[in-house]
Design a protein around this ligand. Structure first.
Ligand code: PRX
Length: 655
C-alpha cells in the first residue's frame, strides 16, 4: 500500500477537458456556483426535473438524524418517470434497451414497448397479491425482463431486492428471508461463459430449504422467465412461466403516486460482520440524484448517445446506472448478458462497434484484464464512437487510467473516475466531464450539492497533503435511509464514529493532494474489494468454519494486479478431521465450499493450511500480519502478538 500511495503522490499528469467536448457538455461550472449558493434549492431544482404527481414544498427534513427525509410531502411514481413520461412526450419510439445476449442474439426494446411490458408485469404482480410495501426478490440474468421486473415492482409501490445471479442458493435464501419476500422473479438460466448457467435450481434449493434451514415461508410464487432453455423442476401452484402470464395480462395500468420516501428497493451488501446488510433506498431523492448524476457525469444527450454501463443489475451500479438513471433521462443504452471474453476476448469492443457506443462506464478490474491481454484485441475494432469513459468500483491505478485513455478512448475521450457506494445510492465524488481537468488515479472533487471531507480519527479536517477517513458531512438526496429491519446497526455502522459532528463514515481511506483533490486508498475496515465486488472477510470466515474440516479461519484481501484485491484464507484444520481424512485436495474442496456457501466471486484465490493464527493477547486476529504474508512482504511489527513466534511458523508453512 505504501508504495502505491507514493506512486500516486508522484502522479502529475493533467488532462484539460477537450474544447469540442466542453462546448457541448451537459455539465457546466455554474452548477458548482448554484449548489454553493443554496444546496437545498439546488437539489429541489434537480428534483423538479422529474414528474411529481404532487409537488413537494419541503426539501430536506433532517430533524431526526441520521434519518433523512427528502421532498417528503411530494408524491411521484418512479416507473412513470422512467417510462410513461417519455412515451407521453412523444419519445415512445426511442430505443430504451439495445440488448445483446451472450450467444449473439439481440433485441431492441423501445420506450413504448418497455412501458407496455412493465404495465403487464405490474398487473401480473397485482394479480398475485403483491401490493404496496411488499418485497419482491429478483434473481435474473441481464435480460430486458430484469429491467421490466424492477420497474414493475416500483410501479406498484412494492420493494425489490435484486440478488446477483452469481450468488448461491444459501445467499439467496438469507436475502429472501431477511426481506420476507412474497414473490421471486427468476429465469430458468442465463448465458455465462458460453453455456447456460442455471438459476431456477438455486431458487428451488433456497425455497425448499437445505442445511437445516427448512422450507421458506414467505414466498408464495415464483415467476420464471424462459431464457436458458434448460430443464427445470416445477412446483405446481407456486411456479408460473413469465411467457404464460405476462403476454396475457392487460397492458392498461395507470401509475399511482407514492410518497417521495416510499421505499424503492433493498440491496444487500457486505459489511464488517458476517451478515449482509439490506441497504434501503427510497424514491424521490434516490431518483433525483441517480438521474442528475447520470446526466451530468455521463454527459447524457438522450437523443444521440448510446450509453453502456457494464455493471450487473445485482449491484448498485446496475440499479442506478442501468435501471433508474438512464431510463429517467430517456437514454438509449446497451444491456449485455454475458462475460467480456465470450466467445472471444474482443467481445466488448465488438459490442461498442456494433452499437456505436458513445459512453462506456466500467470497472478498473475489467480495464486491467484487457490491459493484460494487450492492445491488439481492442485495436481490431472501431472504437471511434466512444466520447466519454467512466470508471467505478475501486481505485483506478494511473497505469490503467492511461491505458483506458489511450487505447480505448483514443486519447480524446475524457475519463470520469466516480466514487460512491451502495449506501450513497449515486455518484458522490467525480470530475465533471467538460469542466474538470482530470488527474489519472484521483476521483477528485465532490459533485455539486455534495459535501465531503477527509478527517482524522477525531473528525478534524486533515488539510491538503494528508490522508485520513472519507466522510460525508451533509445529508444527500440518494443516501441510504437505513438497514432493513436494523436501525441500530445503521446508526452504529455509519454514524456513531463521528456522532458529535453528524458525519457519515464511509469506511474508505482517502488522501487530499495539494490541490485538495481526493485520492481513494481503499477500505479501512474488514471489507474487501475483489474485481470491484464488495466482500466481507468475516462472511467468508464464517463460511469456512461452517465446513466440517475447519477449526478456525482468517481471511484477508491481498493486493492483486488484476482484481485489485484477492481473497486469501488461512485455515486451521480440526485434528479430528485430519485423523480420518487426507489433507491433499482440502484447499480446493474449501474453495468450492465457499463458492457454494456465498457464490463463486467469494472463492479464495489461495488457501493456506496453517497450525496457528496470529492473535493479540485479547484474542483478536491480526489480519495486517497475514496480509504481509499473503502479499509476500516481510512481516511487520509482531510485538502485540500473544505468541510472537507464530508468524515465523506461518511464513514457513506458507512457503
Ligand atoms: O471502497 C470504495 C470502493 O467501493 C466501495 C463501495 O462498494 P459498493 O457498495 O459495492 O459500490 C461499488 C459501486 C459504487 C467504496 O466504499 N469504490 C467505489 N468506487 C470507487 C471506489 N474506490 C475508489 N475509487 C472509486 N471510484
Amino acid at each position: 500500500m505504501t508504495s502505491q500511495i507514493d506512486h500516486l503522490l508522484t502522479e502529475n499528469r493533467r488532462f484539460a477537458p477537450p474544447a469540442a467536448f466542453a462546448a457541448d457538455a451537459v455539465a457546466t461550472a455554474a452548477l458548482y456556483e448554484e449548489a454553493a449558493a443554496d444546496r437545498e434549492a439546488f437539489w429541489a431544482h434537480r428534483a423538479r426535473e422529474l414528474h411529481w404527481h404532487t409537488p413537494f414544498t419541503e426539501v430536506l427534513d433532517w430533524s431526526t438524524p441520521p434519518f433523512a427525509k427528502w421532498f417528503a410531502d411530494g408524491e411521484l411514481n418512479v416507473a412513470y418517470n422512467c417510462l410513461d413520461r417519455h412515451v407521453e412526450a412523444g419519445d415512445g419510439d426511442r430505443v430504451a434497451l439495445l440488448w445483446e445476449g451472450e450467444p449473439g442474439d439481440s433485441r431492441r426494446v423501445t420506450y413504448a414497448e418497455l412501458t407496455d411490458e412493465v404495465k403487464r408485469v405490474a398487473n401480473v404482480l397485482i394479480g398475485l397479491g403483491v401490493g404496496h410495501g411488499d418485497r419482491v426478490a429478483i434473481y435474473l440474468p441481464m435480460i430486458p425482463e430484469a429491467i421490466a421486473a424492477m420497474l414493475a415492482v416500483a410501479r406498484i409501490g412494492a420493494i425489490h431486492s435484486v440478488v446477483f445471479g452469481g450468488f448461491s442458493a444459501d445467499s439467496l435464501r438469507t436475502r429472501i428471508d431477511d426481506a420476507g419476500a412474497k414473490i421471486v422473479i427468476t429465469a430458468d438460466g442465463g448465458y455465462r461463459k458460453g453455456k447456460v448457467s442455471p438459476l431456477k435450481p438455486a431458487v428451488d434449493l433456497a425455497l425448499d430449504g437445505r442445511s437445516g434451514a427448512g422450507p421458506q415461508e414467505t414466498v408464495e410464487h415464483v415467476l420464471v422467465v424462459r431464457r436458458g432453455g434448460n430443464d427445470v423442476a416445477w412446483t405446481e401452484g407456486r411456479d408460473l412461466w413469465w411467457h404464460d402470464v405476462v403476454p396475457e395480462a392487460s397492458a392498461e395500468h395507470e401509475a399511482q403516486p407514492f410518497p417521495a420516501e416510499n421505499p424503492l428497493f433493498i440491496l444487500y451488501t457486505s459489511g464488517t460482520t458476517g451478515k449482509p446488510k439490506g441497504i434501503l433506498h427510497t424514491s424521490g431523492g434516490y431518483l433525483t440524484q441517480a438521474a442528475f448524476t447520470n446526466k451530468v457525469v455521463h454527459d447524457i444527450h438522450p437523443s444521440t448517445d448510446i450509453f453502456w454501463c457494464t455493471a450487473d443489475i445485482g449491484w448498485i451500479t446496475g440499479h442506478s446506472y442501468v435501471a433508474y438513471g438512464p431510463l429517467a433521462n430517456g437514454a438509449t443504452q446497451v444491456l449485455y448478458e454475458g462475460t467480456p471474453d465470450t466467445p472471444h476476448p474482443g467481445r466488448w469492443w465488438e459490442i461498442v462497434e456494433k452499437y456505436g457506443v458513445t459512453i462506456l462506464y466500467t470497472a478498473p478490474t475489467a480495464i486491467r484484464s484487457f490491459m493484460k491481454i494487450g492492445r491488439k484485441i481492442p485495436r481490431k475494432f472501431d472504437l471511434s464512437s466512444l466520447r466519454l469513459l467512466g470508471s467505478v468500483g475501486e481505485p483506478i491505478n494511473p497505469e490503467a487510467w492511461m491505458w483506458y485513455h489511450k487505447i480505448i478512448g483514443g486519447k480524446t475521450a475524457p475519463i470520469v473516475d466516480t466514487w460512491w457506494q451502495t449506501e450513497t445510492g449515486a455518484i458522490m465524488v467525480s470530475a465533471l466531464p467538460g469542466v474538470t481537468e482530470t488527474k489519472p488515479g484521483s476521483a477528485q472533487v465532490p459533485l455539486p450539492g455534495i459535501a465531503i471531507d477527509v478527517v482524522d480519527e477525531d473528525g478534524t479536517h486533515v488539510g491538503n497533503g494528508n490522508g485520513g477517513l472519507l466522510v460525508v458531512t451533509k445529508p444527500w438526496p440518494s443516501m441510504l435511509r437505513g438497514i432493513w429491519g436494523d436501525p441500530e446497526r445503521f446508526k452504529e455502522t455509519y454514524w456513531d464514529k463521528f456522532e458529535k459532528q453528524g458525519y457519515y463514515f464511509a469506511g474508505d481511506g482517502a488522501r487530499l493532494d495539494d490541490d485538495g483533490d481526493v485520492w481513494f486508498l481503499g477500505r479501512v475496515d474488514d471489507v474487501m474489494n475483489v474485481s470491484g465486488h464488495r466482500l466481507s472477510t468475516t462472511e467468508i470466515e464464517s463460511a469456512l468454519v461452517g465446513n466440517e474440516a475447519v477449526a478456525e479461519a482468517a481471511v484477508v484481501g491481498a493486493s492483486d494486479e488484476t482484481t485489485g484485491q484477492a481473497v486469501v484464507a488461512f485455515v486451521i484444520v480440526k485434528e479430528s478431521y485430519l485423523a480420518e481424512h487426507p489433507i491433499d485436495g482440502l484447499g480446493n474442496t474449501l474453495r468450492l465450499w465457499v463458492g457454494e456457501q456465498i457464490g463463486p466471486i467469494a472463492r479464495p484465490r489461495d488457501i493456506y493450511i496453517v497450525g496457528e493464527l496470529p492473535k493479540t493477547r485479547s484474542g483478536k486476529i491480526m489480519r495486517r500480519l497475514l496480509r504481509d504474508v499473503a502479499e509476500g512482504r516481510e512481516v511487520g511489527d509482531t510485538t502485540t502478538l500473544a505468541d510472537t513466534a507464530v508468524m515465523s511458523v506461518i511464513s514457513a508453512q506458507v512457503k
